[in-house]
Ligand binder design. Sequence first.
Ligand code: PEP
Length: 281
Amino acid sequence: IGRHKGQRTSAGFEYNGVTFDERSVNVFAGLCAVDNPENVDTMMAALARLGIRTTRMGAYKPRTNPYEFQGLGAACLPWVFESAGKHGIKVIAMEVTHPRHIDEIRDALERSGNATGVMLQVGTRNAQNFELLKSIGQQRVFPVLFKRGMGITLEESLNACEYVASEGNPKIIFCLRGVKTHLGDPHRNMVDFAHVPVVRRLTRLPVCVDPSHAIGQAAPPPDGLPDIFHAIGQGLIAGASMVLVDFHPHPEAALCDGPQALRMEQLPALQRYVQLVRSAY
Ligand code: PEP
């Protein structure tokens, strides 16, 4: 990941026609958990109307509670990829929690026959699942979105990325998503976006911020923008080049993390906000 002296070349890579580097800003707005074809299609259509070609779609969900919705898994991949193809979506960020999920995604993509690509997401709970990290590193097809471990040091998270890179896959984006503290917090996690410039200094990896999992609530205060927007601003000003953000057509009916999902009508505002912040800094 470029931490050794002399290795630090310019950050970034291109995948499926989308550039990921320190100059680009890619917004991955989408469903935390795929639930039905209508919601997936509504999301992808809204993105396409705004010219956004990237999204997030959770098929394999790593839930803390085994009795909660675990994601539709491989069963939803055919219709997710069909919808992506129909709307010209170029890259879908999708979490994998087991090495076999990589094969399932590759097979379903091939069968779909469309030009959509996938970025494999490693969730915070799997940040030190070394066998998963090695499998993701050994495949060269998909780039990787690595989410920092919520309860380990930054150094330990960077070492986890080395597991991916040292197996042969250098196409990694480092994602900040908040960290756990014992102090209590008005937000779901302690927002760690001040680490954006630190990661950029220490590595050559492009940095993503996930304000949804960091903040954990989408409801705006009576007089202003949701905290999620402010956190996005902080991340972009600090140098993030990717934003992962939860949306849902009906947040109150979402099967996972509904309270942090922005509403579809907030998508144009989000796009304008990102452009505004980016053009100012
Ligand atoms: C997610 O992005 O769907 C997710 C579960 O995030 P995290 O791993 O950051 O909790």
